[in-house]
Write a protein that binds this ligand. Structure first.
Ligand code: GCO
Ligand code: MN
Ligand code: MN
Length: 388
């Protein structure tokens, strides 16, 4: 088949959440349009389309009011389905947003009972994930925010969030779970404002934790693009800090509600830089698609959606290889590198500072030569459009 080079393979580490391909198309204005699939059926579907793994919130798999016996049966059936279909569970997470008890937040809520319940629910979700050898535990604080800042001091919210994280890290250690926690930022929705609105905000917060080496981030394309930020810059900062523990791939038009569209379906160029970054640096983690199919689709359309996410990733990976090997691009990059070589400021020394202070700069000469970024960008476009 001519398209075989874009076929997903286990080594690509493509994963989907139960809530993504299992999404039934409900939105705030309309009800479900697709029938409910069981978790086992979702695993079968993921195997059919060629995914590596499946992730879940505690209650995607085990309904919140299940008895212990019901939970055991669900876990047993799901484990069997994962084993039979060779589908891994690399990440688990906890739903701290759906139930009315979380209307004022979970770890940051004003009522201490809510905060204690949120920590308990997370511990149980960690127990559940550990049964499937999940290595990463994602925390998305969807309700950790406000409609009105009258309700609490923001600094209290930050302290409460820290207290919860410190507790959960100790719990993971006490159980030998070996989890890495990945904090997922989002600026708003469902709250008017969510605390820690960007990946950068979480990166700063993580440094204040007792077990900071256990905690990193899970940047999501849609969440960075909603406020018009550059996802690959957020990812690069996380990577450079050694904190890129997970990633949520999807797509989003800036300034709109969280669209969770098929990967790269809105912004192929930004997605190209993102894929190129992940591949160039050798990111070894999961490529998790936190997206869902259009409401117009039946389950064949959901498969088209899932296949599309993976295929586009592999196309962009291929394009990135082409970009890296492109002769003219290489020569422009060499020129850029040439300008980066001599007279670097370096680390501070008294002598170096004296010499820098006395150095003469010919501003006009330095600014006189074009930098060829137009050409470089058009060559990128040629590759993306498939004419080079
Ligand atoms: C969203 C979020 C979620 C989280 C998920 C995992 O905007 O709905 O992206 O999908 O990723 O809850 O914690
Ligand atoms: Mn999202
Ligand atoms: Mn997400």
């Amino acid at each position: 088949m001519s398209n075989d080079k874009y076929a997903p393979k286990p080594e690509h580490k493509f994963t989907f959440g139960l809530w993504t391909v299992g999404n039934r198309g409900a939105d705030p204005f309309g009800t479900q349009v697709r029938a409910k699939l069981s978790s086992v059926e979702i695993v079968e579907m993921l195997a059919e389309v060629g995914a590596y793994g499946v992730n879940f919130h505690d209650n995607d798999l085990v309904p919140i009011d299940s008895t212990a016996a019901e939970q055991d049966a669900i876990v047993r059936d799901f484990k069997k389905a994962c084993d039979d279909n060779n589908i891994k569970v690399p990440m688990a997470t906890v739903n701290l947003f759906y139930e009315p008890i979380f209307r004022d937040g979970a770890f940051t809520a004003n009522d201490t009972r809510v905060r204690a319940y949120a920590v308990q629910k997370t511990m149980r979700a960690m127990d559940l994930g550990a049964e499937f050898d999940a290595e990463t535990f994602v925390l998305w604080g969807g309700r950790e925010g406000v409609e009105t800042d009258a309700c609490r001091k923001t600094t209290d919210a930050i302290k409460r969030f820290r207290e919860a994280l410190d507790y959960l890290c100790e719990y993971s250690k006490s159980q030998n779970y070996g989890y890495k926690f990945a904090l997922e930022a989002k600026p708003n929705e469902p709250r008017a404002d969510i605390y820690f609105p960007t990946t950068g905000a979480y990166l700063a917060f993580i440094e204040t934790l007792e077990n900071k080496e256990m905690v990193g981030v899970n940047p999501e394309v849609a969440h960075e693009q909603m406020p018009g930020l550059n996802m690959s810059h957020a990812v690069a900062q996380a990577w450079e800090a050694g904190k890129l523990f997970h990633i949520d791939l999807n797509d989003q038009v800036p300034g709109r509600y969280d669209q969770d569209l098929r990967f790269a379906s809105v912004s192929p160029k930004q997605s190209f830089w993102l894929v190129k970054f992940l591949e160039d640096v050798g990111y070894q983690g999961m490529r998790h698609f936190d997206a869902h199919a259009y409401r117009t689709e039946d389950y064949d359309g959901v498969k088209d959606f899932a296949r599309g996410c993976m295929k586009t990733y592999l196309i962009l990976k291929d394009k990135a290889e082409r970009w890296n090997k492109h002769e003219e691009i290489g020569s422009i990059l060499a020129e850029i590198e040439g300008a980066n070589k001599d007279n670097h400021v370096g680390s501070f020394t008294q002598d170096g500072a004296a010499s820098l202070l006395s150095r003469q700069f010919d501003r006009a000469e330095i600014a006189s030569k074009g930098l060829k970024y137009e050409r470089l960008d058009q060559l990128t476009m040629d590759i993306l459009f498939g004419v080079d």
